[in-house]
Write a protein that binds this ligand. Structure first.
Ligand SMILES: [Zn+2]
Length: 84
């Protein structure tokens, strides 16, 4: 049995949710979350998502657990309208 060689921890890509989304307005794959700002004390903040192609930009409330994919979800809800 070989000894387990301790591998140096190189940058290990974790399974992250995607950060680039397709824009509901122009359909281009250029939708990116610009920033998620959260006040650590209050636990509230805002997130901005923007399309690099058509310039569609929206901001939504964010919290400490807000991920880019959540911001995108908010955008989709806002864009298409919630419910019927
Ligand atoms: Zn767009």
């Amino acid at each position: 049995m070989g000894r387990r060689k301790r591998k140096q921890q190189v940058y290990r890509p974790q399974r992250k949710p995607p950060k680039i989304f397709s824009c509901p307005h122009c359909g281009s794959n250029s939708m990116k979350v610009k920033e998620i700002k959260v006040d650590k004390e209050e636990g509230t903040g805002s997130a901005t998502i923007r399309c690099g192609n058509c310039g569609l930009e929206e901001s939504f409330p964010a919290g400490p657990l807000t991920e880019p994919v959540d911001v995108y979800g908010d955008l989709i809800d806002a864009f298409y309208g919630e419910g019927d």
